[in-house]
Ligand binder design. Structure first.
Ligand SMILES: C[C@H](O)[C@H](O)[C@@H](O)C(=O)CO
Ligand SMILES: [Mn+2]
Length: 419
């Protein structure tokens, strides 16, 4: 039987004939940062509250073994890191603040010190940290409203939260020497047809201006604003619609964030990326898999994921698109869910890098559309798996599904003891 390296060498030659340099592709692939969301490990619960998940998002499933403490979550993240190749960043929500015994700070009073353990964790693993204020799962979310609430006390609380998070984001960037992508998403909306769509959006705009009005270093903290078309219980109207967030981001010099679960079912983020790149220096993504709704299924190596990766790679936008994953599945082993999602997106990036993008774009310009179609189709059966396996092996992570043996062992030795 051929070794992984021998299979790679054979594949390299096949790709070379199609005009693709696999060695170069693997060099690029290894350094593309993909931000891994901490919230897959504990069903988006966090450590600062005991209530249910709110904000119109939902984790379904009851698979045993979810992380209940910071140490358990860190152990689980470590297990995933040992199974996924390439550069990873860690994406935290503010609700994952770590308090000393007997200590507590509410969301509007959290400080960098409450994230010092995460910094230590990331530093030891040479990772940067991205960050998210948490505008949900908290008693100060009143009638599903936060920054757009008519109640000034509610708004002020969440403005203070946003400002506290900016300081924490800058602390991450300074401590770890990598910019921190700080994403703002609010759940605010109405279940039924609103009487006034304008006023809540006006208040949201003013609240955001107050948050971003405090001094912070724009080189170190890349603030994003994420849109959403609907949430559970907010089916008819969301304050932070796509038009709101894109216009706000453009007018304030921050990044728009597109989550591919946050649009109407036939809209695709892959088609939006090029337009956004023409008007923004940088944009951000939450890659997820919506199944009929914003269900946040595990990211797969599917057509839309591939198309998203292609848009980033072939538009030469690897440094301009901040990639983060956002899914949460509690119905299967959570470590496996994370691993499948992370490996799948890295695969999609590799697939894009192994596509003769320049040749195809030239053909399109020349009107050779038959060739565009047939080459894209033929590339699907190139020996992609041999290149992927070699990449995994050279990054020191398991090749193919053998990684599940590690997950099973971890489940038996660690996860099964948790409940
Ligand atoms: C945890 C959430 O998924 C996240 O904050 C937000 O990005 C979102 O996508 C809400 O639907
Ligand atoms: Mn998201």
């Amino acid at each position: 039987m051929m070794t992984t390296k021998e299979r790679y060498e054979s594949a390299r030659e096949i790709y070379r004939q199609a005009g693709v340099d696999t060695d170069e592709a693997l060099k690029i692939l290894k350094d593309i940062p993909v931000s891994m969301h901490c919230w897959q490990g504990d069903d988006v619960i966090g450590f600062d509250q005991r209530g249910a998940l709110s904000g119109g998002i939902q984790t379904t499933g009851n698979y045993p073994g979810k992380a209940r403490t910071p140490q358990e979550l860190m152990d689980d993240i470590d297990k995933v890191l040992s199974l996924v190749p390439g550069r990873t960043k860690l994406n935290l929500h503010a609700s994952y603040a770590i308090f000393e015994e007997g200590e507590f700070a509410d969301r509007d009073a959290i400080e960098p010190k409450h994230f010092a353990k995460w910094v230590e964790f990331a530093r030891e693993r040479h990772m940067g940290i991205d960050f998210n204020p948490t505008f949900f799962s908290h008693p100060m979310v009143k009638d599903n409203l936060t920054l757009s609430s008519p109640d000034p006390e509610v708004r002020k609380f969440w403005i203070r939260h946003g400002q506290a998070c900016l300081k924490i984001a800058q602390y991450f960037a300074e401590e770890l020497g990598q910019p921190c992508v700080m994403n703002i998403w609010i759940p605010d909306g109405y279940k039924d047809i609103p009487a006034d769509r304008l006023t809540p959006r006006k208040r949201f705009k003013e609240s955001l201006d107050e948050i971003l009005g405090i001094p912070y270093d724009k080189e170190k903290v890349l603030v994003c604003l994420e849109s959403k078309v609907f949430g559970i219980g907010m089916e008819s109207y969301t304050v932070g619609s796509s038009e709101f967030t894109v216009n706000y981001a453009a007018s304030r010099g921050i990044l728009p964030l597109m989550d591919n679960g946050h649009y109407h079912p036939t809209e695709v983020v892959s088609d939006k990326i090029s337009s956004m790149l023409l008007f923004f220096d940088k944009i951000a993504l939450h890659v997820t898999r919506p199944v009929r709704w914003d269900s946040d299924h595990v990211v797969l190596f599917d057509d839309e994921t591939k198309e998203i990766a292609k848009e980033i790679v072939r538009n030469d936008a690897l440094e301009r698109v901040m990639i983060g994953l956002d899914f949460f599945d509690a119905s299967i082993n959570r470590i496996a869910a994370w691993t499948v999602g992370m490996r799948s997106f890295r695969k999609a990036l590799l697939y894009a890098l192994l596509t003769p993008n320049k040749k195809l774009a030239d053909f399109q310009e020349e009107g050779r559309l038959t060739e565009v179609l047939l080459i894209q189709e033929e590339m699907k059966t190139y020996p992609f798996g041999d290149v992927w396996d070699y990449f995994c092996e050279s990054c020191g992570v398991p090749v193919r599904e053998t990684w599940y043996d590690d997950v099973k062992a971890y489940e038996e030795q660690v996860l099964s003891k948790r409940d």
